[in-house]
Design a protein around this ligand. Structure first.
Ligand SMILES: Nc1ncnc2c1ncn2[C@@H]1O[C@H](COP(=O)(O)OP(=O)(O)OP(=O)(O)O)[C@@H](O)[C@H]1O
Length: 238
């Protein structure tokens, strides 16, 4: 299998505590990989390590074959944090033009990404006057500029209504299935989003509990849903 992200023996210490213990994980190219686990288990820390903004104590993180944080990865990896990463006092159009110029993305790229996230007609409203879900889509649009090969999305669907959530998952799959596939790593603490992923990384207390397809995890644990599989794996590990 071809991997877009490879993590080996990763240890991260934050605030004097070890928050990732010897984590190893792979994200296959063109997969929609869900990073699932309870609040505080280390999902954001693992994502920060993958995008190269986290100090690591030990281990190795490679993205598209290069060490995480390499300059060559800057325009190949898009990262959407939980906190809005766009300017509230600018419009969506102004934000996208600004980020496109920083990235050296094509001039018509802002238009393309506005359409990709279904925000046509709202480009000129100030971002801080948009709803939470609309603001989430502005951040996602900014991450799509320049056509990155890897997208790392930290809880992108939190607080969104079910229709919008389904639309965004549809967009994630279209990106993954495109001719030049985008690899997506998407965190969530909502286990019922697991069924929308092609692969899962289940995390608990700074460790990877399991890494497989949703179907394989259900079969392996004999569970009816991923929440049941998670509990079975926790039981087996303790
Ligand atoms: N800036 C920080 N300084 C010290 N410790 C931190 C810091 N940020 C996070 N931590 C700790 O690291 C651990 C992992 O946090 P992390 O944010 O990676 O979890 P998470 O799974 O993403 O949680 P959530 O789903 O709530 O966002 C937690 O125990 C948290 O308290």
């Amino acid at each position: 299998m071809n991997y877009a992200v490879e993590v080996r023996g990763l240890r991260v210490i934050r605030g004097g505590q070890t928050v990732l213990h010897d984590v190893s994980a792979q994200v296959p190219v063109g997969s929609v990989t869900g990073l699932l686990g309870p609040s505080g288990c280390g999902k954001t820390t693992l994502m920060r390590s993958i995008v190269g903004v986290q100090k690591v104590a030990a281990g190795e993180v490679r993205v598209l074959g290069m060490p995480a944080g390499s300059a060559a990865l800057r325009d190949r990896i898009g990262y959407v944090t939980q906190a809005p990463s766009v300017y509230g006092d600018l419009s969506m159009r102004e934000n996208l033009r600004y980020f496109a110029s920083v990235l050296g993305a094509p001039r018509d790229d802002p238009e393309r990404v506005v359409a990709a996230v279904g925000m046509e007609g709202k480009e000129d409203a100030r971002v801080d006057r948009l709803s939470g879900g609309q603001r989430a889509r502005v951040s996602l649009a900014a991450a799509l500029l320049g056509t990155p090969q890897v997208l790392v999305l930290d809880e992108p669907t939190v607080g969104l209504d079910p229709v919008l959530r389904a639309e965004l998952w549809g967009l994630f799959h279209r990106l993954a299935e495109a001719e030049d596939p985008v690899t997506l790593l998407i965190s969530s603490h909502v286990m019922d989003e697991a069924s929308r992923c092609t692969r899962l990384l289940l995390m608990r207390e700074g460790r990877i509990l399991a890494s497989d397809t949703p179907e394989a995890l259900l079969e392996q644990t004999g569970s009816a849903d991923i929440e049941g599989a998670f509990l079975a794996l926790v039981g087996a590990a303790s």
